[in-house]
Design a binder for this molecule. Structure first.
Ligand SMILES: [Zn+2]
Length: 137
C-alpha cells in the first residue's frame, strides 16, 4: 500500500508522480515559508515536467479545502472526546490554531495530491536526448 508505484508513496514522500524517485517540491521543509508550495519545473530523474498546462495547480485549492475541512472536523471531534467540557470559543481557537500551524504542509500536500490525481506512475525511463528535457509524456 505504501510501496513505490502507489500514489500514496508519491504523496507521503512528495516524490515525482511520474517515477516516484525525483523531488517534486523545491524544498522538503514545508515551513520554509518563502518556498512553500514551489514546484521544480520537472523531475531530475525522469526529466518529465510537472505542469501539464498553465494554471494546472489552481485545482489544488479544492484539495486544500477538503484537507482543511477534514482537519477542522478531526479537531472538533478530538476536542469533544478529549475535553468534553470545553467551551465553543476554545474549540474554535483550537481549530484556528491547527489550521494556521498546519497550513504550510496542507498547501504542499495539496499540490502533490492534485498532481497524483492526473499523473500516473510510469517508472523511470530516461530520455535519450538531453535536449528533450522537461517534456510531458
Ligand atoms: Zn520523475
Amino acid at each position: 500500500m505504501f510501496s513505490k508505484g502507489t500514489k500514496l508513496y508519491s504523496v507521503l514522500h512528495r516524490k515525482c508522480p511520474h517515477c516516484h524517485e525525483g523531488e517534486f517540491m523545491v524544498t522538503r521543509n514545508p515551513y520554509d515559508l518563502t518556498l512553500t508550495g514551489d514546484l521544480l519545473p520537472g523531475c531530475s530523474v525522469c526529466h518529465r515536467k510537472y505542469q501539464p498546462e498553465p494554471g494546472f495547480y489552481y485545482g489544488g485549492m479544492y484539495v486544500t479545502y477538503a484537507l482543511s475541512v477534514g482537519l477542522c472536523i478531526a479537531i472538533f471531534i478530538a476536542t469533544l472526546v478529549l475535553a468534553p467540557d470545553i467551551s465553543a470559543v476554545d474549540q474554535i481557537l483550537w481549530i484556528l490554531g491547527a489550521l494556521v500551524v498546519l497550513a504550510p504542509p496542507i498547501y504542499a500536500w495539496s499540490k502533490i495530491m492534485w498532481a497524483n490525481m492526473f499523473i500516473s506512475y510510469k517508472g523511470v525511463a530516461h530520455l535519450p536526448d538531453e535536449d528533450a528535457k522537461w517534456v510531458m509524456r
